[in-house]
Design a protein around this ligand. Structure first.
Ligand SMILES: Nc1nc2c(ncn2[C@@H]2O[C@H](COP(=O)(O)OP(=O)(O)O)[C@@H](O)[C@H]2O)c(=O)[nH]1
Ligand SMILES: [Mg+2]
Length: 384
């Protein structure tokens, strides 16, 4: 039940480079079991300070990795083919492949921040990355609209619950669908919305999907003012997927010591040429504070998706599971989740037979409505 993040954008924006850089990890971060992945899916990680130091002992993660006191928590990533303008009318590869994105919890849109490719991905000069955001918005709206249209016969004349059911694939819940319909003053019963109303509903659904814009290729970057203006208050993350990939490959090969998201790295062994290339990367890092790639993912997960970490344990005094593993598991739960929500995520049986919980840091008993704090360590008490 890990998070799924979709990487979207026009052709040649650098989506695949971005995806590879996040999913290519140092052998130290790589080796733990993960359920089978579909093509184009990979595992990236978000960072959290691991609480094991509080116990003065090294942890034994089973579903994540801990290095240098940092817990690397896996997040699934999906690299989809590039979208071109009017994809919804069948141009390029059309919108079909977007169906892979249905279950994405959020999106990272990669745009070409260098302005050196047009909306079809062909070389040009002075392109405005804001255009990429505008057209993608339109295509994604049309995609969601299309899902509504395909199912409209089933929805017509019925209630909001039936409509939400069609959109559960998109992780839309009944209360969410209700809220959106109310915001738009659309009836919730015996639905007979016209086409314009259906489109505005689709737009709102998209608006609610967390999205972060990564302005890529900033190693040869251009002005982002117009992009920033287009996005209003939303944050643009400047990045260089190319440099992130260079560093991760070098780390994997043992040429450098580099930790994802860091603003610097250490050269361990490198040829003269490699050192030259790495000097350019280092200059970029020192002016930008990092490649921006890891930051983009974490902005989405912690910011847009409001995730915090929760560590369930079976032994509340030792912070271990039954096998003696310290802090074995970590879950990225939504802010506002309760102890009962955590139980549900660990095992539905735990939730069904929920009796109470214990805050393992304080040893205090807490109830099912206890709202989790970031990096809480929780023992769930359940009946047999
Ligand atoms: N300068 C620079 N080039 C990049 C960067 N990211 C990707 N590219 C180049 O842009 C081209 C398209 O990259 P790709 O990842 O295949 O784009 P996609 O079509 O969006 O998947 C390739 O030649 C990449 O090497 C970057 O951060 N900086
Ligand atoms: Mg690609």
């Amino acid at each position: 039940m890990s998070l799924l993040v979709g990487i979207v954008g026009k052709p040649n924006a650098g989506k695949s480079t971005f995806f590879s850089s996040l999913t290519m990890v140092d052998a130290k971060i790589a080796p733990y079991p993960f359920t089978t992945l579909e093509p184009n899916t990979g595992v990236g990680h978000v960072r959290k300070k691991c609480p094991h130091a509080e116990k003065g002992r090294k942890c034994s993660p089973q579903d994540s990795v801990c290095e240098n006191g940092i817990r690397y928590v896996p997040v699934k990533l999906l690299d989809v083919a590039g979208l071109v303008p009017e994809a919804h009318k069948g141009r390029g590869l059309g919108l079909q492949f977007l169906d892979d994105l249905r279950t994405a919890d959020g999106f990272i849109q990669v745009v070409d921040g260098s302005g050196k490719s047009d909306l079809e991905g062909n070389p040009t000069q002075g392109a405005d990355p804001a255009d990429e955001v505008r057209f993608l918005q339109l295509e994604l709206e049309q995609w969601i609209f299309g899902i509504l249209e395909k199912n409209w016969k089933k929805i017509k004349g019925r209630g909001i619950a039936e409509l939400a059911e069609i959109l559960t694939g998109l992780k839309v819940t009944v209360p969410q669908a209700e809220r959106i319909a109310k915001e738009l003053n659309l009836p919730l019963e015996r639905i007979e919305w016209n086409e314009a109303e259906r489109l505005s509903f689709a737009k709102k659904i998209l608006e609610k999907k967390p999205m972060v814009v990564a302005a890529n290729k900033m190693d040869s970057g251009a002005d982002l003012k117009s992009l920033q203006k287009e996005l209003g208050g939303k944050k643009v993350i400047p990045c260089s997927a190319l440099y992130e990939l260079v560093l991760r490959k070098a780390a994997k090969a043992g040429s450098v010591e580099y930790w994802p998201g860091d603003a610097d790295f250490k050269i361990l062994k490198a040829s003269k040429e490699q050192e030259e290339a790495l000097k350019k990367v280092r200059d970029y890092l020192s002016t930008h504070g990092g490649t921006g790639v890891q930051q983009a993912l974490e902005t989405l997960v912690f910011g847009g998706l409001h995730r915090i970490a929760a560590y369930p344990v079976e032994d509340e005094s030792k912070w271990e599971d039954r096998k003696g593993n310290l802090l074995p598991n970590v879950h990225l739960v939504e802010e506002g989740s309760t102890a009962l929500d955590l139980a549900e995520r660990v095992h539905t049986d735990l939730a069904k037979k929920f009796i109470g919980a214990i805050d393992a840091r304080t040893g205090k008993r807490i109830g099912k409505e206890y709202v989790l704090k970031d990096s809480d360590i929780i023992k769930i008490v359940s009946g047999r």
